[in-house]
Design a protein around this ligand. Structure first.
Ligand code: F6R
Length: 259
């Protein structure tokens, strides 16, 4: 099963995951990072800055999980812009080595397979950062997504559009469609690190970690992966039936065992 780490707050979560990413890059200077957008991974990117100062990042590669379809890439809330603003610029990564799915309408039917080919050519993702939607999505794989799915266009649920309306002037400005890595794509990353904060994520986290493996809760796909770390604050952990066991396990974790 996944390792569940319950931390006091977002800052602690960011530091824990950033330590792991810094170790990965030290071990593998051409590491392939799977990047999430939204608000959840921001403490990780923040905590990475001091850890990566002075480190040669010229070989690091990255693949974002998803992008809105039809959004102007220059729009401040396109995931291309978010990745540039929150990850590429502050960390000093090479923009040419960081990919975001192409959400432009022209040729959209081929963008998924192009993205899959680029991930394969990079040798696959070493560490995939994931958030989770209140409806249980990972990437933008909304409920009902196939566990075998690859990068493709999906329709966002109304719930997700409402959740993401906070980034736009109004819900009407939130795109209807997205292009997202599939669950099958995500499951091929070598290490999945799912973060969640706040009461609003508690049900989705409990379903993903302890519920049945079901396409109705796409985050439950993580139960099929051999190396998963779930980092949650107390509020996001509040619906976990075995929270005490997770705390006990982590407190007694052997020193030789990384995340
Ligand atoms: C973002 C992504 C989504 C978000 C999820 C949670 O690239 O793929 O799955 O991780 O919608 O969003 P936040 O973090 O804003 O609560």
């Amino acid at each position: 099963m996944a390792e569940i780490v319950i931390v006091p707050n977002k800052t602690a979560a960011g530091e824990l995951v950033a330590d792991e990413i810094a170790k990965l890059i030290a071990r593998r200077p051409d590491a392939v990072l799977g990047l999430a957008t939204g608000s959840t991974p921001l403490p990780v990117y923040e905590a990475l800055r001091p850890r990566l100062e002075g480190v040669d990042l010229s070989q690091v590669r990255g693949f974002a999980l998803d992008e809105y379809v039809g959004i102007d890439p220059a729009h401040p809330e396109s995931y291309r812009s978010v990745i540039t603003r929150e990850v590429v610029d502050p960390l000093g990564l090479d923009p040419a080595r960081i990919r975001v799915p192409d959400g432009s309408l022209e040729g959209i039917e081929h963008h998924g397979e192009d993205y899959e080919a680029a991930i394969a050519e990079a040798g696959g993702v070493d560490l995939q950062i994931l958030g989770i939607g209140t409806d249980g999505h990972i990437g933008f794989n909304e409920p009902g997504s196939s566990f075998a799915s690859r990068t493709r266009v999906k329709t966002l649920t109304q719930q997700t559009r409402e959740d993401n309306a906070r980034f736009f002037d109004s819900i009407d400005d939130v795109p209807m469609h997205c292009i997202t890595q599939g669950l099958g794509t995500i499951l091929e990353a070598r290490h999945l690190v799912l973060l969640a904060f706040g009461e609003g994520k508690a049900e989705a986290v409990a379903g993903a970690v302890e519920g049945p493996v079901t396409a109705s809760l796409p985050g439950s796909a993580i139960q099929l992966h051999p190396h998963v770390t779930v980092v949650v604050d107390e509020a996001a952990a509040s619906r976990l039936a075995h929270a005490d066991y997770y705390r006990y396990t982590y407190a007694n974790k052997p020193a030789w065992q990384g995340l």
